[in-house]
Design a protein around this ligand. Structure first.
Ligand code: FRU
Length: 492
């Protein structure tokens, strides 16, 4: 039994860091992508992550590891998995994404071993176990799934294991031949009684030219009697980054019937989400707040390599289903104790005269707005964050077209563009939550019915926050702005 974990030095705090977020998880140094193996195990939340500890580019994947009591304040531990076996040792491969389950007090990690040999890609599903949640042993009989299903193409990865209907199940992403030479995306289902022997049960998602050429990081879980499949498609025709399906799952036949499809987050930077159950049994998800260079808007990963880190995770978001069966994501309530010096306003008058707000920390704060649209005569409302003069990232509400967007054309020198999402204004009220954290801007519309997440890389002096309307005026029913602490300063 581990009662306390040894804590690694998180970062060199004396280093000038302008872009490292304060309340979003980042790895101590080096490259990080997908969250892996999220689980609440023996009183601790475990977070593993795709990690290259050597430098800030993707290579030779390890599983980094951190633990937390509240899923907000994380402590880094030693690396959990290293590419050190013939099946996973490759500078262009390694221990790829996967998941965790607990059985009889033992932590089971499932991951994809990825290696290239003689111009061929081998991706197999492997297992490592641990009793103390710190030291992991790779199973001597690895891989537990040595072959991809018949007819499947080489990419075959990202096992997500879960218990359902008295058995163990695994969803794995992949593709088969299709009209597109890059393939046609699939999610495969496997079944097991003991976590070691796996049977291929079928396919629960077929792209058929509509959902992408290869499906990464699938996840399947139940909420309110419905089965939600989330996944990250490569080359989705509309460039969606993280899809959700709401439907029914029959584990006996292995059939999944989709009733609804949607987008988990419409921003530039939200990929490979993975879910887990919190200590109370609520479904929570964490995603990599970034993207790959094959996404048309990704030019590079920004300048954070200058600070010796690359890659951040979303704050944990609670997953729920709305009455009309759409998936909603909203920050977990464990985040709010990080708030300090809140400023609250009622009937706040907004005019064409830009008004500056002054959170104690202009880089890391949150802002909540309740808007009664009857009290707004302007078509647009604009909120500028991480600004200085004409520079800013602008959250724009277009009340005529019913669109909320993040516009980063004036944010920095690194990426341009705007991401929009539609809003349904119910009973004339609109609720917005904006999270700002050094190089991250997130907007949650209507309690998480829509989310927009984007990275921006402002200069150090860009700390202004303002609000205005381009013409006429608006009155905001209620508005709150509160700064957010750096989570590793608030460790008790
Ligand atoms: C998704 C992904 C996974 C893979 C991992 C490699 O971002 O491409 O499919 O397992 O990253 O780091």
């Amino acid at each position: 039994m581990v009662s306390e974990y040894m804590v690694n030095d998180r970062i060199n705090d004396s280093r000038e860091e302008n872009w490292r977020p304060k309340y979003h998880f980042t790895a101590p140094a080096g490259w990080m992508n997908d969250p892996n193996g999220l689980i609440y195990f023996k009183g601790w939340y475990h977070l593993f992550y795709q990690y290259n500890p050597k430098h800030c580019d993707w290579a030779s994947m390890h599983w980094g590891h951190a633990v937390s009591k509240d899923m907000i304040q994380w402590k880094d531990l030693q690396i959990a998995l290293r590419p050190d076996q013939d099946y996973d040792d490759d500078p262009e491969g390694g221990c790829f994404s996967g998941s965790a389950v607990e059985k009889d007090g033992v932590l089971y990690l499932f991951y994809t071993a990825s290696k290239n040999r003689d111009g061929k890609l081998y991706q197999t599903q492997c297992l490592a176990t641990s009793k103390d949640g710190v030291h992991f042993e790779k199973y001597a009989g690895n891989p537990v799934i040595p072959e991809r299903p018949e007819g499947a193409l080489e990419p075959f990865r990202d096992p997500k294991v879960f218990a359902a209907a008295g058995k163990w199940y695994m969803v794995v992403g992949g593709s088969v031949e299709g009209e597109d030479p890059r393939g046609d995306g699939r999610v495969f289902l496997y079944e097991s009684e003991n976590l070691y022997d796996w049977r291929h049960k079928g396919e629960i998602l077929e792209s058929n030219g509509k959902l992408g050429t290869m499906i990464e990081c699938p996840d399947l879980f139940e909420i309110d009697g419905k089965w939600i499949l989330t996944c990250s498609p490569m080359n989705h025709p509309e460039y969606n980054k993280a899809l959700y399906c709401v439907g029914d799952m029959d584990f006996e036949s292995g059939c999944y019937t989709i009733e609804k499809l949607g987008n988990l987050d419409v921003g530039f930077d939200y990929y490979a989400p993975q879910s887990f159950l919190d200590a109370e049994g609520k479904r929570v998800t964490i995603a990599w707040q970034n993207g790959w260079l094959w996404m048309p808007w990704c030019e590079n990963w920004g300048p954070t390599g200058q600070e010796n880190w690359r890659g951040a995770f979303s704050v944990p978001r609670t997953v729920s289903l709305s009455e009309d069966q759409n998936v909603k994501l909203y920050p977990v309530r464990e985040l709010w104790p990080l708030e300090y010096e809140p400023q609250e306003y009622c009937d706040y008058e907004v005019t064409t005269q830009r008004q500056y707000l002054h959170p104690a920390d202009g880089k890391s704060f949150q802002m909540e707005l309740f808007i009664d649209i009857e009290k707004v005569t302007s078509r647009y409302l604009e909120i500028g964050v991480l600004g200085k003069g004409e520079k800013a990232t602008v959250v724009e509400v277009d009340l005529l077209q019913k669109i909320v967007s993040i516009d980063k054309s004036r944010s920095d020198r690194y990426g341009r563009g705007r991401m929009n999402c539609p809003v349904e204004i119910q009973d004339g009220k609109l609720k917005l939550l904006i999270l700002v954290d050094c190089s991250i801007v997130e907007v949650y519309v209507d309690g998480g019915r829509y989310c927009i997440t984007s990275n921006v890389y402002p200069k150090i002096e860009q700390t202004e926050c303002w609000i205005d309307v381009p013409y006429k005026q608006a009155k905001i029913d209620k508005m709150k702005i509160a700064s957010m602490k750096r989570f590793w300063e608030s460790e008790g």
